[in-house]
Ligand binder design. Structure first.
Ligand SMILES: *[C@@H]1O[C@H](CO)[C@@H](O)[C@H](O)[C@H]1NC(C)=O
Ligand SMILES: *[C@@H]1O[C@H](CO)[C@@H](O)[C@H](O)[C@H]1NC(C)=O
Ligand SMILES: *[C@@H]1O[C@H](CO)[C@@H](O)[C@H](O)[C@H]1NC(C)=O
Ligand SMILES: *[C@@H]1O[C@H](CO)[C@@H](O)[C@H](O)[C@H]1NC(C)=O
Ligand SMILES: *[C@@H]1O[C@H](CO)[C@@H](O)[C@H](O)[C@H]1NC(C)=O
Ligand SMILES: *[C@@H]1O[C@H](CO)[C@@H](O)[C@H](O)[C@H]1NC(C)=O
Length: 384
């Protein structure tokens, strides 16, 4: 109790000090929201509009924090591993080939020329840009603009950051209700620019419980996954699209029928890159307008299931192949770490790098009069 009060006190003092020095609130202050029936509690920080904790109940009624993260949210900025725990990612999520695109879009734009843009590369030895550049939206100080007991809204002005054209003003609202979490984003642009966002939530539906003997809660391979997609985007060894759209049928990416994530694990070598075992791939949903869940994930151990319904046309599933940071205390940290495959990121987003693949016919260029919106609902339930 004392420890908690002390932490809350130091956070408050830091907030005041930050306020005095910069006239801005401390971006790592925690805001908690709860469903009126107590079924879901979520905590956020304005840095990255990031979810820091998410508490949902297992089949016995015990609540668990089902997302990895940090006890000290300022690690979202400081952790060099930068796993992008549970943040809003933009202005352009996922990978951009050579950090380059043009408006209007073209395949392999020239190094220079009208309408050609270069974003700092930060992935695979500078061969592509990942998650919006070196300081994408997940590492920016958003501003808390409103809050109720069950919802919080943050704003971010991206003023031509990282070399993208024009300003983008984005509002995100996170809310919880009985058995569900909902996040929605609305963004407006001052000139033509690509926008493609995601919410980068990693899931461990067992809350990394440490008091079990018969089940490895630091492994999501036994979780059951359903992805309502019969196609995926072919990528090169950097995870950058090469152009073809392929059928999942007969591959380890076929989750049309619910499967354990690890069901074809031996075949999932080189799937996420050379020598990499696991998934880091983009599936294209079969339904253009999702009214039913595009992804469902469940754990037989906790009995927790999440059904995800989004207006996004695609989803990246990343089996946490490179995780390795110290855990939150509630997950047994800091002596224990989040191992590879101990959480799975399920990222609702657009067709990845569509701005370098004009033949797909996907328009991700927004401008005044064409706003960007993104909306996803996560429904929680339990099963015996
Ligand atoms: C990659 O972008 C750089 C500029 O950032 C450019 O000089 C180079 O030619 C591009 N490489 C390829 C292969 O297009
Ligand atoms: C965000 O806030 C932190 C802490 O107050 C500060 O150090 C940092 O400079 C801010 N970043 C930006 C981009 O304003
Ligand atoms: C973009 O944002 C910057 C920084 O706030 C501001 O100075 C500029 O006027 C904005 N541009 C437009 C077109 O709104
Ligand atoms: C141990 O795990 C069970 C669920 O299997 C849970 O109900 C209980 O709260 C846990 N106890 C501790 C001390 O974490
Ligand atoms: C996965 O489930 C099987 C039974 O279906 C069990 O034998 C195995 O120990 C489980 N693995 C983990 C990592 O919990
Ligand atoms: C649990 O699973 C993780 C991830 O697959 C693995 O690294 C670890 O060795 C496993 N632990 C046990 C006790 O099986």
């Amino acid at each position: 109790m004392l420890g908690f009060k002390y932490l809350a006190f130091t956070a408050a003092v830091r907030g005041v000090v930050a306020d005095l020095i910069t006239n801005e609130p401390w971006p790592f202050d925690v805001t908690s929201i709860s469903a009126p029936d107590g079924s879901v509690t979520a905590k956020f920080v304005s840095f990255g509009a990031t979810m820091a904790e998410l508490w949902v109940k297992d089949r016995t009624g015990v609540a668990h924090d089902v997302i990895p993260g940090y006890d000290d949210p300022s690690q979202l900025l400081a952790d060099p591993a930068h796993p992008v725990f549970n943040a809003i990612v933009g202005r352009y999520a996922n990978r951009i080939k050579n950090g380059t695109f043009s408006i209007p879009i073209t395949r392999d734009p020239p190094a220079d020329g009208p309408g050609v843009y270069h974003i700092p590369t930060n992935d695979h030895d500078g061969q592509d840009t990942l998650h919006g550049g070196i300081y994408g939206w997940d590492r920016r100080n958003w501003t808390l603009v409103s809050k109720t007991a069950s919802s919080v809204t943050y704003h971010h002005l991206d003023a031509a950051d990282e070399g993208f054209p024009g300003n983008v003003s984005a509002f995100v609202t996170h809310s919880v209700a009985s058995g569900q979490l909902h996040t929605q984003v609305h963004a407006t642009a001052t000139e033509k620019t690509p926008i493609m966002l995601t919410q980068h939530i990693y899931w461990n539906l067992d809350g990394f419980q440490t008091n079990t003997s018969n089940w490895n809660t630091s492994d999501v391979l036994n979780y059951t996954l359903h992805v309502d997609a019969s196609r995926y985007i072919a990528t090169d060894s950097n995870g950058v699209p090469t152009g073809p759209i392929l059928a999942v049928q007969g591959t380890p990416l076929d989750f049309l029928a619910p499967q354990q994530i690890g069901a074809r694990w031996a075949d999932a070598v080189d799937v996420c890159g050379p020598g990499c075992q696991g998934y880091d791939n983009c599936w294209i949903y079969d339904k253009s307008e999702q009214t039913t869940p595009g992804v469902s994930l469940s754990s037989d151990f906790s009995g927790i299931r999440v059904d995800i319904t989004s207006d996004s046309p695609a989803v990246q599933v990343y089996t946490g192949n490179y995780l390795g940071t110290p855990r939150k205390a509630v997950h047994g940290g800091p002596t224990l770490t989040y191992n590879p495959h101990s959480a799975v990121a399920i990222e609702q987003q657009g067709w990845i790098d569509a701005i370098n693949n004009p033949e797909w016919g996907i328009d991700q260029i927004y401008e005044p009069g064409r706003d960007f919106t993104w909306s996803t609902t996560y429904k929680f339930s339990t099963f015996p």
